[in-house]
Design a protein around this ligand. Structure first.
Ligand SMILES: [Zn+2]
Length: 142
């Protein structure tokens, strides 16, 4: 029985070869649990799925673990209550991920807007979030 060939449905029109390489690297780094998440996300394409991709480190996480960010008048705002209308980007509430996202210009891309976006509100928000269980030596964390 060869089930491997149809176990991973191809997504048509995936724009980022770079992103794929990164995802593969991360997946092999993190092992089976993360691959399981990734496969579900790719195969499902379910709008109600609770798994989102962090625009910073590009790893997938439960939507409840990520901060939703929207853009209002050219400024990025943390949508803490997830109530603001419009397109949202998801980010780990982590400065490392915020920096990554900034360097990659991930926000304009994710939010489909052009031009520079103010990051101050998001940065201030992330900085004041307490991080009780921060594990310095946990591999694979962004
Ligand atoms: Zn992240």
């Amino acid at each position: 029985m060869d089930r491997v060939s149809d176990a991973r449905p191809q997504r048509a029109g995936n724009p980022g070869a770079q992103r794929d390489r990164l995802a593969v690297a991360r997946r092999s780094e993190q092992g089976l649990a993360d691959r399981d998440l990734a496969d579900r996300d790719l195969a499902g394409q379910d709008p109600t799925s609770s798994v989102r991709t962090c625009v910073g480190c590009r790893s997938r996480a439960a939507r409840s673990d990520l901060l939703r960010i929207v853009v209002v008048d050219g400024e990025l705002l943390p949508d803490v209550r997830r109530r603001l209308p419009g397109r949202g980007a998801h980010l780990h509430p982590d400065l490392a991920c915020l920096d990554l996202a900034e360097r990659r210009r991930a926000f304009p891309r994710a939010l489909r807007v052009s031009g520079p976006l103010g990051l101050e509100r998001v940065r201030a928000h992330v900085q004041q979030i307490p991080r009780p269980g921060r594990d310095e030596d946990e591999p694979g964390r962004c």
